[in-house]
Design a binder for this molecule. Sequence first.
Ligand SMILES: *Cc1c(COP(=O)(O)O)cnc(C)c1O
Length: 354
Amino acid sequence: MMTTPRLEINLDKIHHNASTLVERLANQGISVTGVTKATLGSPEIAGALLRAGVRGLGDSRIENIEAMHRARVPASMTLIRSPMLSQVERVVTFADVSFNTEVDVISKLSSAAREANRTHGIVLMVELGDLREGIMRGDLEDTVRETLRLPNIVFKGIGTNLACRSGVSPDATNMAELSALAGEIEASFGLTLDIVSGGNSANLQWALSGADTGRINDLRLGESILLGRDPLHRQQIDGLFTDAITLIAEVIESKRKPSQPWGEIAQTAFGEGTPASDRGYVMQTILAIGRQDTDPCGLYLPPMLEILGASSDHLITDSGCDRVPVGTELTFQLNYSALVRSMTSPFVTKVIKP
Ligand SMILES: *Cc1c(COP(=O)(O)O)cnc(C)c1O
């Protein structure tokens, strides 16, 4: 018997999702950087993305990039989070390009690259309203100037990231602004930008709407490839699989119990109150999976199940009329939060299906 909990990773479906998006975006003149940060740098998943035609791989963690490097994944690697000063040596050694917003960091990357006798590519991230990383528009030209001055640094282009911290949607207005900034920089400095990276999976709706995509020539896609969903509304993307990665958990208790607790009620283990609605007796099914294994709120449940509560180790559900025997394995689809938590949990086995 296979161990539970486990993630089952279907490489064929991931490949299908990736190649479908690569093809659709190619029609708009946009390439795809495959984002591996939710996969702990899995070389098998990286391989599926590369076979699907992504132009390179992006990850927010240098550890994951190093893991792919050790596995000899043959791809250009971009660190898509601003490098920590404490990691610049590792960044210039293992990443070809990094996303940056701080001149101090770029300057240290330059020194480290010179020391290592390498060159390192820089994409400058621009703030367009979501208020995560990004250079304010008025500071961009100065930052470009300073970047161009630094030895062993190659200025590759600009990018932006939306729909993350504040949920600001990529649209014709903010994307046109990024295109305009690309044009202004090229005119001011007499150069051609390699990369104008418009954003993440949340950009797909805009990119595939038939709108003018301007100068945007790359998107960085993770969630849409792995989960087949559009992160703006979490709807399935037409023609993609939402079950390329599933989580399997095992039932450890199945009993008819009252829906209401008894005794004097204080705080729960996680500090939340539990005014569960009184629905008389329920068929209570407990699965051996909890907050140490996933984000219980991020699971898509089989139709008969409803979550009643979760602890670090238990998922307590109402299984309706059905008694689900102990030992039964149940399969869940995941949202991004649940996926990341399960991928990074040492308690969850990862099973790759070719
Ligand atoms: C995570 C991340 C992405 C990928 O986002 P998805 O929604 O998973 O496609 C792209 N760019 C940056 C900067 C990120 O941090």
